[in-house]
Design a binder for this molecule. Sequence first.
Ligand code: AMP
Ligand code: MG
Length: 347
Amino acid sequence: MKAKYITVVLAFSVFFTSCGLTGGNAVKPYEVEDLMMGTVITQRIYGENAELAAELVSERMKEIEERMTVNSPGGEINALNEAAGEKSVALSPDTFFVIEKALQFSQRSGGAFDITVEPLVKAWAVNTDNPRIPPREEIDRLKASIDFRDVLLYEDKSAAMLKNKGQAVDLGAIAKGYAGDEALRIYRENGIKSAYVNLGGNVVVLGSKPDGSPWKIGIQDPRGSIGEYMGIATVADKAVVTSGDYQRYFESNGTRYHHIIDPETGYPADSGLISATVITELSIDADALSTAAFVLGPKEGMELIGAMEGVEAIFITRDKKVHITPGLNESFKLNDESGEYQYAQEG
Ligand code: AMP
Ligand code: MG
């Protein structure tokens, strides 16, 4: 299901509502909302050229969506999936880059992150109006086809092929991350110094706020209503990306079935985490790592994050314990009126 491409210009009217954290600054952003990549994309841009930059970013995101969305007619991922087991398919540098990155994160996460999870994503259909619990035999059969090593990349001819018939890729866990980086690249190229873009929960900020103070990004309370935060991260020039079991899910007999699949079990990941936020410079990295960490769980997820330079994380476990990397000691604050969330006792 593809979201219709619409642009709503909200310039000079909305003032940091979704962020909920007004800086008390008189400078107002140029604000645009697009319905794309299956979500709402909000851009808030300061300074001259804001309108032009916003337009260029909207166009670029539409292009990325068309290339990378599963089942997008004429799209590259669509073509790759249709040619599985048969032939290689030419890819734009965009799609090639995103797949190459995805495979690196698969390696790093020991397969917790795996774009070949598509057949299982389709079987569960969590992102659709008709989700279902597939029978165990079906899960076992589909699970056997999941293997990121079967995505063959041909750098010389910028092409890719899926080794076996029935295999398919889904870039849903990484494409929005890439789009966030592209937004920042376009802002910079247009002389923008300060901007905020939110792609359905993937937040990326350029520079600081116009008054020079860092951005304050609310971290969604995974059991609260939308816009209710359990903490605040203070950042500049960073991506803040969260994977959570509350973003897309259905319930059956009191059990929650969410959209992030553990390739090892074929079921929605049950690692003990209900939310994994990753903060780092590139939003493509933050996007892949937050999904990977969500599948791996608190212990292995922290090991994955800790092994990388300049990557910070906030994990929330099912029992509402909050784990943060040491680099966030100063820049993350619990802001939870209910007092439900508490730092985990380490060690
Ligand atoms: P995110 O919200 O970034 O964590 O991405 C979740 C989306 O990525 C899902 O809706 C699926 O389309 C896809 N996906 C689900 N499980 C995985 C996984 N283990 N590795 C990579 N992509 C996945
Ligand atoms: Mg992701």
